[in-house]
Design a protein around this ligand. Structure first.
Ligand code: NAD
Length: 468
């Protein structure tokens, strides 16, 4: 464990020494073997099994995250990622044979996946366990040495990682550095072979600028305003349950793929709002601020940011459900707003909290223009039975991922890439995509000594042209 817990600040020299030590381990070939990769994954599986209650406790301390959510969305996803990788690792590591080209006859060709080297993972606070361990799993399966820098905004989980990860994995190749901006800045000044960052786009730009100095590739897992289009033909009972659990049942809206706003036909909005209200009361009771099933807002800064969104002129009077806040507990109730002004801050920035504006339109087709007038979101959702609308949504809306008739579940399918597009991110991971994100695809062409085409060699005389 390095960084925050040391008495002195994690300096540039310390960052340099950390990378140097990891590079030595990497160059010694330690991380490249199947056995090393598999044993690290097995170590993480053991960590998850043996430290589950410590992880749950840390998540409760950082976010008051309900135990069931911690298990479903962080612990079990991390375990599945490890087991899936263990099952497929040998296959992924195998060179991929590709057809030989006639122009190089005779020859054979293959793509060899090689580890990038020493990589840096910087993670965010909202799913502080999963968002740290998941990219680390990717780095390991691809055979890299790795530094994990967990988020300082989730200090209990960060501290837990620093304490327990070295007990379960090879700490000569996998290290945790705790800290905030100074420590991350010291790390970013180093030359890495890849930087994998999860967080907001403002810091994403800082990460990318630092990486550019060394021509280091990046994966940026960012956020955005993920829309939910709700048609009037849906099974309303099921739709509102799925929307509600994808918004408030995922960290109380503090999730990168949480529904950011709903678009629905004007005539259908009253029905939709009523159904959401009933569902919310069923989920969180009459006083949601007292519900143990709702995470709190992570800190006072974020609490103020969210209450400022509600306090904006011409927004506060648009609340149709919720709106209660408790600064002492850092709790905000699930809140619905109807037709806030398009130029209000709540409709411009990613909300990342329990507020959900509902935008009404005369025709559902108008929604494509609203969605496409904003930055490309990380996820986009459509609820409809209309196959034509579904197809139009898929082809007209650009987003990191699209889910039809549900929310957030697409990230549970390890055969799908998870990542953004445009301002919602660069690169993707999960399953084989994690292996690829941390690998270089080396092109290898092998020839013998036969097949000498004379035209290839000077002098380029006219007699040789018949060969071409
Ligand atoms: P955060 O505050 O935890 O910051 C992310 C990381 O950046 C932390 O490790 C932090 O220490 C570091 N950091 C902060 N300021 C820095 C600076 N000036 N220089 C260098 N490093 C710095 O998390 P956040 O940014 O508040 O996270 C929320 C955002 O992340 C939202 O936009 C959300 O949509 C996005 N997000 C995306 C995903 C995804 O998988 N695509 C997942 C979770 C969150």
């Amino acid at each position: 464990m390095e960084g925050k817990s040391s008495t002195e600040v994690f300096s540039r020299e310390k960052a340099e020494a950390t990378v140097k030590a990891l590079r030595q381990s990497f160059r010694a070939g330690k991380t490249k073997t199947y056995e090393w990769r598999a044993s690290q994954l097995e170590g993480i599986v053991r960590l998850i099994k043996e430290k589950e209650s410590d992880i749950t406790k840390a998540l409760r301390s950082d976010l008051a995250k309900p135990e069931m959510e911690s298990y479903l969305h962080e612990i079990s996803f991390a375990k599945s990622a490890c087991l899936f990788a263990l099952k497929n690792l040998k296959k992924w590591m195998k060179p991929e044979k590709v057809p030989a080209a006639i122009t190089t006859f005779p020859s054979s060709a293959q793509i060899v996946s090689e580890p990038l080297g020493v990589v840096l993972v910087i993670s965010a606070w909202n799913y502080p366990f999963l968002l740290s361990i998941d990219p680390v799993i990717g780095a390991i399966v691809a055979g890299n040495a790795v530094v994990l820098k967990p988020s300082d905004i989730a200090p209990a989980t960060s501290e837990l990682f620093a304490k327990i990860l070295p007990e379960y994995v090879d700490s000569s190749c996998i290290k945790v550095v705790e800290g905030g901006v100074p420590e991350t800045t010291a790390l970013l000044e180093q030359k890495w072979d890849k930087i994998f960052y999860t967080g907001n786009g403002k810091v994403g730009r800082i990460v990318m600028a630092a990486a550019a100095k060394h021509l280091t590739p990046v994966s940026l897992e960012l956020g955005g305003k993920s829309p939910v289009l709700v048609d009037s033909d849906v099974n309303l009972k099921v739709a509102v349950k799925r929307i509600a659990v994808g918004k408030w049942g995922c960290n109380n809206g503090q999730a990168c793929i949480a529904p950011d706003y709903i678009i629905t036909p004007k005539s259908f909005a009253p029905q939709l709002i009523e159904a959401l209200k009933v569902t919310l009361e069923r989920f969180y009771g009459k006083n949601p601020l007292e519900s143990a099933d709702l995470s709190r807002i992570v800190n006072l800064n974020h609490f103020k940011r969210l209450t400022d969104l509600l306090d904006e002129e011409n927004v506060s009077d648009k609340i149709v459900c919720g709106g209660q806040t408790d600064e002492k507990q850092l709790k905000i109730a699930p809140t619905l707003l109807l037709d806030v002004p398009h130029d209000s801050v709540i409709m411009k920035d990613e909300i990342f909290g329990p507020l959900l504006p509902i935008v009404t339109v005369d025709k559902l087709e108008d929604s494509f223009e609203i969605i496409n007038s904003m930055s490309k979101p990380l996820a986009a959702y459509v609820f409809t039975k209309n196959k034509k609308l579904e197809q139009e949504f898929i082809s007209n809306v650009s987003a990191g991922g699209i889910l039809v008739n549900d929310v957030a579940l697409h990230l549970a399918n390890l055969y799908l890439p998870f990542g953004g597009v445009g301002e919602s991110g660069i690169g993707a991971y999960h399953g084989k995509f994690s292996f690829d994100a941390f690998s270089h695809k080396k092109a290898v062409l092998s020839r013998g000594f036969a097949g000498e085409a004379g035209a290839r060699y000077p002098p380029y005389t006219p007699e040789k042209q018949w060969i071409l």
